[in-house]
Ligand binder design. Sequence first.
Ligand code: NAD
Ligand code: MG
Length: 398
Amino acid sequence: MLRRRVTVLGSTGSVGTSTLELMDQAEAAGTGAFQVEALTGGANIARLAEQARRWKPKLAVTADPSRLGELREALSGTGVEAAAGEGAVIEAATRPADWVMAAIVGAAGLRSAWAAAGTGATLALANKESLVCCGPALIKRVRRSGGRLIPVDSEHSAIFQVFPHNAPHQVRKLVLTASGGPFRQTPREALSDITPEQAVAHPNWSMGAKISVDSATMANKGLEAIEAAYLFDMPAERIDIVVHPESIIHSLVEYVDGSTLAQLGLPDMKTPIACALAWPDRMEWPAPRLDLAALGSLTFEAPDERRFPALKLAREALQAGGSAPIVFNAANEVAALAFLDRRLGFLNIAAVVADTLSRVTASGVDSGSSNACDAALAVDSQARREAESIVRGLAAAA
Ligand code: NAD
Ligand code: MG
């Protein structure tokens, strides 16, 4: 039976909730036993309190300091310590645990992922933005602390499972699959009128709002190409993207001898989470089974960079190196949130990213430095200010 002492950062979100549900299912099936050290959430106090009542962590944290009273009240009599604010989230991340799930969304998850990376725990990383902002330094930090980083993003989990970790020279290419999002077949002219409701309605995956918008613009696949480059030490030229609308093949590794290995599964985040939770072992849980005969066929097509310019921008940012990926990420986050707030049109998301990249000079972030996280966050703030001013300019012109 799998036993783990676990902390979940971002436990109230889509990945966080799936993580706790998976643990619950494994306990019910008698295949896992979990002790929860800390849980952190945001404004959804009701969900955080419900999770804390179920799992009895030592500490439950809301990132929002104005909600501490509410959380304390909701947890009264449970013996669970309540705390609030960014400092408390970091305190939760550094508490002793075997396994820490980093599932906060956006660059807001960087400091806590960085903190957990220094503890020697296994870091299950869903927060792709922290890898994009600080990948090489974060990976080094986990290694130095004696911990291990396991990717949770389904594509990277797939590659991780079929990658020859002891013989990386055997790899010719990584191939990331992309669902193509809800607008895979939408003509460019129709994209300008897309609403937030249409953009967050993903055909295959149920996810948080920001990543759903990223999926619709395909900035998500751009972020994932950068993530893959850092995780598997691969240059941009050796990372391909193929659109695969069924989301059954989660990614592939092409070897030098022409053999290509893939990982398959139904599009359910609990499978890559289970892989990260048990690695290098495997855990049984009541997973839905893949029935290839019932599916009948799997299809593939090339991505269209004309309709989805974020793909090209991400590749260019990766090739430019230095802090360009941080700028890409910050501008994309600002633009995606402005779109969700109806302050920016769908096609202008990529326009804001392109403009921010051209205005903010890419400086290097020393990947070996112990304050690489602070350095990345300084670039992140600068790029955010620039992107916000571009968004305001576009809104004023509209
Ligand atoms: P979500 O929006 O559903 O949840 C985000 C979590 O972060 C919530 O618990 C929220 O309270 C917390 N949070 C938000 N802002 C915060 C802040 N400033 N400080 C502290 N906590 C904060 O997001 P999600 O879809 O679960 O995605 C989480 C991460 O996992 C993202 O980086 C996303 O790209 C990645 N990811 C998600 C999926 C998916 O299927 N949802 C798949 C692959 C990767
Ligand atoms: Mg993914």
